[in-house]
Design a protein around this ligand. Sequence first.
Ligand code: HXC
Length: 258
Amino acid sequence: MEYADLLIETYGRVAVIRLNRPKALNALNDNMMNELGDALYKFDADKNIGCIVLTGSEKAFAAGADIAAMAEYTYADTYPDNYIGRNWEHILNVRKPVIGAVAGFCLGGGCELAMMCDFLIAADSARFGQPEIKVGVTPGAGGTQRLPRTIGKAKAMDLLLTARMIDAAEAERTGLVSRVVPADKLMEEALAAATVVASMSVTVAMAIKDSVNRAFETTLTEGVRYERRYFHAAFGTPAQKEGMSAFLAKRAAKFDGL
Ligand code: HXC
């Protein structure tokens, strides 16, 4: 796959998508988001891939939506075309696990994109924030919605209203990221985590992802019912037969894309 604004690599059953506009700190523009959607859908459909890693550069995961590209926009340029929404949320349609590996600036739309990943591993160099207020706009891809659900109202309001950045340690304390690692170990750690995920049953991983995401859209009782359906359905999969027979035989389970 060749893209203008992305770099693509695969490692066994893991695909790595790297945002790649280094001169603009990976500012997210329309072309990059179209390409990201294209790459994500291709890997989601690829039977040889079990997990996707989304990352940026050492300096920036992404410093936000491209301010230069949108500075002259009018309301009429944005609302009718649903600017941003129409091609930013492809990642939410991906059914396989997506791990975000974040180093450097992760701001504005970059932080919103990161929050659409299933979990985040951060380099100790990572800086998170929603500084949109400083450029006279609100967040537009979930910053006011996913951030308070993730880190709580007080911290979210603090970040959204003051535009201050938090470092990786604070991001881990607040639950925005699952792990912090030294910057030079980021990709090693992200690939190791993704390789573990990709070695599991892709069917079960998808079910877990769907079930967890359901928790944010429904009541607890309905969410547990939803989960229970997947649990029962798992008994109809080869993954359950392999996983449980391997456990009883005291051998490692081999899911091989089941
Ligand atoms: C376009 C950007 C950019 C952005 C950085 N650059 N962020 N270009 N859009 N969001 C460009 C700079 O213009 C500069 O280009 C180059 O990247 C390096 O940036 P510097 O500012 O020189 O670097 P530094 O001094 O290290 O400061 C880094 C920074 C700062 C703190 C991240 O660049 C910054 O504040 N960026 C904007 C962050 C932001 O406001 N994000 C929210 C955007 S609104 P040149 O050509 O001069 O070298 C948004 C809405 C999302 O995201 C809505 C989603 C629906």
